[in-house]
Write a protein that binds this ligand. Structure first.
Ligand SMILES: [Ca+2]
Ligand SMILES: [Ca+2]
Length: 435
């Protein structure tokens, strides 16, 4: 199944690009007729397509960051939780409205309104003539797509579902702890997750934008992005190991914080990242299990979200809409998510949209350890430190983090992605639990 999807994931760029070329020819001819003026339809369609992809990625990153910061304050005992708190909820609503507005502006024609369709970029011209939203994990994101406002609704729904799940995974099961070192570890897990999400999203989006505007044939991620993604994942794993791995700052050694001390789901959600890597499903018994799960699931989210935004150049991987056997714990209360205001200036009020009201989930109790404010000096001491986080696995043979793209000697801080480097992109360690 995985092998089957890989070609689809990559393969559709060529025909779409050819179509872009076709339009370019039309534009050129029409341009002659109109005395050198470029036919706006092409430029607008391309602008619209790119704006959809860009604004989706921007929203997903904004929401991730807002929730992560909110939860970070909760774990640090600076705020009571749960998240999003009212302030975070407003910020998320604003980000959602921004996305809707920018799509309406770029895709809605002269009136900049999606629901008045006569002047819109036709959905077929932007690759969004897909009928219905491709959904996420068998959820509720299957709305009809008849115009660009429905595109916004679709992407917001998918983004919300995916990010809520990733955030729940990182923060939703944390054990309340008076220990500064435990809390530091807990905070670092969420932070590393969010940072990896941001970086991977940016890299893939950048690549996709090149494809959308016709300056790169695809597929995405290209080698450069893949290297950057591998490096970002490696850094995330290293950070988590440094902060959760106990005095030796290594994962898979006896002094690690235990899963019980940290608090985490008993098993990793069985999401299946598009392409070669296997399902993230695994029982979470050790710190390496936990870290592998966070990295795997986070990578999966970005793969799906970045694909959802660009139907013109890639098919939505079927893995992204595979229903999960067990509903993931929904601990992020998100009571206000529904706010996402309708786009303005809609003369013919389309009452259908009511963006994603299903968000109101159980506001269950979360970490919020009470005593000792001491905000745990999360100095993140060793950014560079121990790039060989598991180089010395010592006993217990846990294969853990070693899968990272190390082969190319000391990735450390130098970044400078040398295209050659291991375009593996999915170093997720898949720690085989060795109880
Ligand atoms: Ca319009
Ligand atoms: Ca350790």
């Amino acid at each position: 199944m995985v092998a089957d999807t890989a070609p689809g994931w990559r393969g559709l760029c060529a025909p779409r690009l050819r179509r872009g070329g076709y339009f370019a020819v039309i534009a050129a001819v029409a341009g002659l007729v109109t005395f050198g003026r470029v036919v706006p339809a092409l430029a607008e369609s391309e602008t619209c397509k790119r704006e959809i992809a860009r604004s989706e990625a921007r929203f997903s990153r904004a929401k991730m960051k807002i929730l992560q910061k909110c939860w970070d304050n909760v774990v640090a005992d600076k705020k009571p939780g749960p998240c999003p708190d009212p302030k975070a909820a407003v910020r998320i609503s604003v980000a959602a409205a921004k996305m809707q507005n920018s799509i309406a502006r770029r895709c809605g024609g002269l009136d900049q309104t999606c629901s008045v369709t006569s002047d819109n970029d036709p959905l077929s011209s932007i690759g969004w003539d897909i009928g219905t939203c491709p959904n996420f994990e068998g959820g509720a994101c299957g709305n009809t797509i008849a115009h660009c406002q429905h595109v916004s609704s679709c992407l917001l729904c998918i983004d919300n579902a995916a990010i809520d799940q990733a955030v729940d995974l990182a923060y939703g099961s944390l054990t309340a702890s008076p220990s500064n070192s435990v809390r530091k570890c807990q905070r670092e897990i969420g932070k590393a997750m969010s940072t990896f999400f941001q970086t991977k999203s940016k890299l893939i989006s950048k690549c996709e934008d090149l494809v959308l505007k016709g300056s790169y044939a695809g597929p995405c991620p290209d080698a450069r992005a893949a290297y950057g993604i591998g490096l970002a994942e490696f850094k995330a794993i290293t950070k988590m190991c440094v902060n959760c791995g106990g005095p030796d700052h290594l994962c898979g050694t006896p002094d690690d914080l235990t899963v019980g001390e940290i608090g985490f789901a008993a098993s990793c959600p069985p999401v299946d990242p598009p392409g070669p890597p296997a399902s993230c499903a695994a029982s979470i018994d050790t710190l390496p299990d936990l870290i592998s799960c966070v990295a795997c699931v986070t990578g999966f989210k970005v793969d799906c979200l970045t694909a959802a935004g660009v139907p013109a150049i890639t098919t939505y991987p079927p893995e992204c809409n595979a229903a999960l056997p067990t509903p993931t714990p929904t601990l992020t209360a998100t009571p206000t998510e529904t706010a996402t205001p309708e786009e303005t200036a809609t003369p013919t009020a389309t009452p259908t949209e009511t963006a994603t009201p299903e968000e109101t989930a159980t506001p269950t109790a979360t970490a919020t350890p009470t005593e000792t404010a001491t905000p745990t000096a999360t100095a993140t001491p060793t950014e560079t430190a121990t790039p060989t986080a598991t180089a010395t696995p010592t006993e217990t043979a846990t294969p853990t983090e070693t899968a990272t793209p190390t082969e190319t000697a000391t990735p450390t801080a130098t970044a400078t992605p040398t295209e050659t480097a291991t375009p593996t992109e999915t170093p997720t360690p898949t720690a085989t639990a060795t109880p």
